[in-house]
Design a protein around this ligand. Structure first.
Ligand code: BG6
Length: 500
């Protein structure tokens, strides 16, 4: 059985549990852009276990030297700290092993098992494994079944964990099927379903902000909050991922996971404790209370346009995209959390590709004061709390103050906290935190099955309504904030999207 996670804080001590990290998808984008640089930074900060090895499993044949050169190249290109080729760096590279495997070649899995067993002898990793599936989703279940068939998982008497990247299914039914295969091999507490937004510093800060400040929690309800906005804007298009995106679209790619996860952290009740299950229990309650009218959801797709001064092509012209595609690259919706705390408070959400700026933020807009004294003036802005997840992670509180030197002019001013202003703080990448946590068996920042399940229960009716032709996809020019219908959605309620 997997022992319960250890609750020492990140950045303080190295992971105590020895382990082999087995990365399936060694030559893929995720491994190159995120996993190798994250491991390098953990090594720099001396946070990796003392007894540790990486087995990078890829389909292509490669010599050890070629594989190592690729790891170095990816660190140089994507790490937040510079590759120095120091003695420590050489030690770090020594823990890497490359193993060529066709994921469907059953016999080769026995050889993988022998390799892992022999590394256990050399590196004292005690049979502990983290299997990280950084592969296309259709390979998740087959790989898990092979691990089981070859006695690699579950492996009694040692720690076995599996990390699953998104997407976890493409609807509730397929997610249930995938889950049942994984559960046939691993127990729920051994499964780490990734949502990389949970690894972002400011997202982890949300609970602290809410539950460690006298100022916010008493006001965090429908008596004082008028509405909430969540915007995830991206300037990129689909970046060569057309074939994946054609099956996903923005609803499954961003709303089902990252956006709903943030919403749960904003809306959840205080957990009875800070342990993993108490927090997840509260998040699930939010998802179960969440309501949306599928008819009101706005669905957009970018046409050609200009982003950051450059002309870009329409979605339909992207590689591996159907020229008649009706897949959405933009979604805007209004949801309600139907419970005592939030009844009547709209949660407006929008996300899109090819927007004018890249940023993710949460805006808590407080109610106006009664229309007496200064608030007789209709133009006065209400208080707003902006939680900026990226870039420039921080929190801004906008309030009204008298303009100096005038009698009565009131202007909105802002108090801000920026994470980069903390001395010596160099924000760790989300994957550093997530890898660190999985190795130490701490799963709070990963999603439990029922969170995934209820997120699909929210998304599926919207997708079904679209499939039945209920809402047309509306083209918007690349470089804009989506179709005008997204503005109508919020303006119909007498509100405006918060400007970045
Ligand atoms: C991924 C999506 O999960 O998140 C991508 O699949 C998206 O389409 C990305 O671009 C956004 O992540 P971030 O961290 O850049 O905001």
């Amino acid at each position: 059985m997997d022992p319960v996670g250890s609750h020492y804080p990140i950045g303080v001590i190295a992971v105590q549990n020895p382990c082999i990290l087995v990365i399936f998808g060694a030559t893929g984008d995720l491994a190159r852009r995120k996993l190798y640089p994250a491991l390098y930074n953990l090594a720099q900060d001396q946070l990796l276990p003392e007894h540790f090895a990486v087995v990078a499993v890829g389909r292509r044949a490669k010599t050890a030297e070629e594989a190592e050169a690729e790891v170095i190249e990816s660190i140089k290109a994507f790490s937040r700290t510079e590759y120095t080729a120091s003695e420590q760096d050489r030690e770090f590279l020594k823990c890497f092993h490359y193993f060529q495997l066709d994921f469907y070649d059953s016999a080769r899995y026995s050889e993988l098992k022998s390799l892992l067993d022999s590394i256990d002898q050399q590196c004292h990793t005690q049979g502990n494994r983290v299997f990280f599936l950084a592969v296309a989703p259709e390979h998740f279940a087959p790989i898990v079944l092979q691990l089981k068939a070859h006695g690699m998982a579950p492996n009694q008497g040692s720690q076995q964990r599996v990390v699953i990247e998104k997407p976890f299914g493409h609807d509730l039914k397929s997610a249930e099927e995938l889950n049942s295969v994984i559960r046939s091999t691993f127990a729920e507490e051994q499964i780490y379903r990734i949502d990389h937004y949970l690894g972002k510093e400011m997202v982890q800060n949300l609970m602290v902000l809410r539950f460690a400040n006298t100022l916010f929690e008493p006001l965090w309800n429908n008596k004082y909050i008028d509405h909430v906005q969540i915007t995830f804007a991206e300037t990129v298009g689909v970046e060569g991922r057309g074939s994946y995106y054609e099956k996903a679209g923005a609803l499954r790619d961003m709303v089902q996971n990252h956006m709903l996860q943030l919403l749960t952290l904003i809306a959840m009740e205080p957990p009875v404790d800070l342990d993993t299950e108490s927090i997840r229990d509260e998040k699930v309650k939010v998802l179960r209370s969440l309501k949306v009218n599928p008819k009101e959801v706005v669905r957009g797709q970018y046409g050609p346009g200009v982003v950051n001064g450059s002309q870009v092509a329409a979605y339909k012209q992207e590689e591996h995209v159907d020229p008649n595609s009706s897949v959405e690259t933009f979604v805007a919706l209004k949801a309600y959390v139907e419970n005592f705390r939030w009844a009547g408070v709209p949660f407006y959400m929008r996300t899109g590709k090819r927007m004018p700026q890249k940023y993710s933020e949460i805006v808590i807009s407080f109610k106006k004061l009664p229309g007496v004294l200064y608030f007789k003036d209709e133009k006065l802005d209400p208080n707003v709390l902006v939680i900026r997840v990226q870039p420039d992670a921080g929190v801004f509180f906008k309030f009204n103050a008298k303009k100096p030197g005038t009698d009565e002019t009131i202007v909105p001013v802002s108090m801000d906290f920026s994470e980069s202003s903390l001395a010596g703080f160099n924000t760790p990448e989300a994957y550093e935190r997530l890898l660190y946590d999985v190795m130490r068996g701490e799963s709070t920042l990963f999603t439990r099955w029922d969170e995934v399940e209820h997120a699909w229960r929210f998304v599926d009716p919207i997708a079904a309504y679209w499939k039945a032709g209920g809402v047309p996809v509306i083209l918007y020019p690349a470089g804009s904030f989506g179709p005008p219908q997204a503005d109508f959605l919020i303006r119909a309620d007498g509100r405006e999207w918060h400007e970045y």
